[in-house]
Design a protein around this ligand. Sequence first.
Ligand code: NAD
Length: 477
Amino acid sequence: MHKMLIGGQWIHAKDGGSLPVSNPSDGQVFDSISRGGAHEIDLAVKAARAALSGPWGAMSLTDKGRILVKISQKILDHEEELTQLEARDTGKPITTARNDIKVLARYFEFYGTAADKIHGEVIPFVNGHQVSLIREPLGVTAHIIPWNYPAQMLGRTVAPALAVGNATVLKPAEDTSLSALRVAELALEAGLPPGVLNVVTGLGEEAGAALAAHPGINFISFTGSNEVGTLVQQAAAKNAVKCVLELGGKSPQIVFDDVDVGRAVPIIVRAIVQNAGQTCTAGSRLLVQRTIFDSFVGKVAEAFAKVKVGTPEMDHDCGPVMNPAQYARVNRYINQARESGVPVLAEGTLATGLSPSGYFVKPTLFGPVPRNHALACEEVFGPVLSAMPFEDEADAIALANGTDYGLLAAVWTENAGRLQRVAKAVQAGQVFMNCYGAGGGVELPFGGTKRSGHGREKGMLALEELSSCKTLVHYHG
Ligand code: NAD
């Protein structure tokens, strides 16, 4: 059984509790983790607080950054091991898992090299005064992450927190804690002082809820479902703790009749089947101008039918979905859509020889999907693409903005003016023009509008979210 890392010590849960770790490709248990709860969260928050008054607190930002860069190198030195671990834990294809590990390393590199480049400002004020703004760490930051991109999520939220000098408590998802534990071990080896990164494994309703409600934290970053995001925000509000929420999405690909078909089709297919559709930024709605709906969606269907699903080792386009609950959820959406008469335009194929107890789902393209159908508005979080026609620019914008979500969008047209108009009118945190970046872009500020959440991660903006601004006013006469 894997222990947790608290204050530089590897410990089991006080009550000896454990949780099984299963392989999504065959449903078999292959390992176990400690089931931490309120007690372990309390220890971790105290360890993080103590670390802020230890060597970490006294260290220059340059030296903090150097440690992060060393962590990045350690991750790259263990790329193969971490790739295998992540692929087994999540079921994703080896190539996807390898990319996730490279992105994890990139987060530590990006934020490690940014650590001493967060400059303050000087503000003109009443004569005789010097006013400057400096940025300070928030203190103890809490991070609750989901199971879809465990390694990337760790890098995305923990690396910037450390770069500005916070001490962190991480609660990985119960299904996928293995890479977080291994990265924490590598971080210690790279010289990160004890207590600066604490990893408490356990259930969301136990360890996660205890972390969100702990009065000793100063910030919480949550990535996951809307339901839990609301609970986390409520818990944080009771302690007046700042909260960044990265929640769900129903991101539109908006395709006009002058699209570069050859460029768009493979990117659109990839943006929904990547990670078996379990990507918050998956392009799950294909909105196509009616004049080319049949021809364009036909091309997408041809490419979609070639999508293959298999085990990590087979390294096809996608792997199984994560767990039995996810398997049931995705199949429920697919079956209900079929039963309600929405046409299936294409299906991917399952590789031969897959375990019948693995959570493999056939990627499915539906269309035309009625505008008020569940598939048009709700996040499936699986490899399901909903094609829908629109009439003109105004209709495209209305349709694109017609869900509760606002995470990503893409606009496909060769008309430069239309690209700009539509990109500006679409409600989303990121808009891609003639390209798409599901999950990509360490350098690019990222986050939602509407029910997709608030606050920004990634890029230099994350460093502002994870620090506070102090105004210094000096009367010098
Ligand atoms: P989830 O909300 O069930 O779990 C996310 C994390 O929250 C896990 O670590 C879990 O243990 C923890 N948790 C569960 N209950 C909790 C509670 N009561 N208090 C505190 N923590 C708790 O979500 P999931 O099923 O792991 O992920 C799927 C959802 O996440 C999808 O809706 C997806 O769109 C969203 N997501 C969003 C992003 C983004 O960046 N916007 C990224 C990935 C996933």
